[in-house]
Design a protein around this ligand. Structure first.
Ligand code: GAR
Length: 188
């Protein structure tokens, strides 16, 4: 059984989608670790509910990014993780993790990259007047929201569609596509 680690900083709905895909036998993997940089975030609660081990850290307690990434890398190696799945992890992955897990880190982003990288991508696209919204799953490279694209999906919005409905549709797409892509990568 392939082993995956999820990195999340927030609500963790994509984490939940991966858990449910495993339960439904659509994703053949074990989630062996949740890594989070945000004490008290709901993703940690989801890990507890599903008996998934966690590594929760506060970046301020480490001298630099290298130090906390070394700590993360040590646990990932101990747990023999095959794939690192970023799911709303709001930190840039640094050299330590990129070097040790080359080609094994993926991210999901709520826009059709390379358009609208960074924070508040849906809002950015909405303000810009975008008519086709979408999501991107990509390999992680040293910059934010860059790296070779693995999969995308999109939908056309109707006249006067509000941002909440668009956001809900984005999340629906994410929850559907992310488990499928993880399964596809693990089968390779
Ligand atoms: C998701 O929409 C994901 O695409 C986005 O954060 C959200 C996390 O939601 N990621 C980024 O913006 C990465 N730059 P979740 O915590 O409910 O899974």
């Amino acid at each position: 059984m392939k082993k995956i680690a999820i990195f999340a900083s927030g609500f963790g709905s994509n984490f939940q989608a991966l858990i449910e895909a495993i339960e439904k036998d659509k994703l053949h993997a074990a989630i062996v670790l949740l890594v989070s940089d945000k004490e008290g975030c709901y993703a940690i609660e989801r890990a507890a509910q599903n008996n998934i081990d966690t590594f929760v850290f506060n970046a301020k307690n480490y001298p630099n990014k290298e130090a906390y990434e070394m700590a993360i890398a040590t646990i990932l190696k101990q747990k023999q993780v095959d794939l690192i799945v970023l799911a709303g992890y709001m930190r840039i992955i640094g050299k330590v993790l990129l070097d040790q897990f080359e080609g094994k880190i993926i991210n999901i982003h709520p826009s059709l990259l390379p358009a609208f990288p960074g924070l508040h991508a849906i809002e950015q696209a909405y303000q810009y007047g975008v008519k086709i919204f979408g999501i991107t799953i990509h390999y992680v490279e040293e910059d934010m929201d860059t790296g070779k694209i693995i999969a995308q999906d999109c939908f056309k919005i109707s006249e006067n569609e509000d941002i909440d409905t668009i956001e809900a549709q984005i999340h629906q797409l994410e929850h559907h596509l992310y488990p499928k892509v993880v399964e596809m990568l693990l089968k390779k």
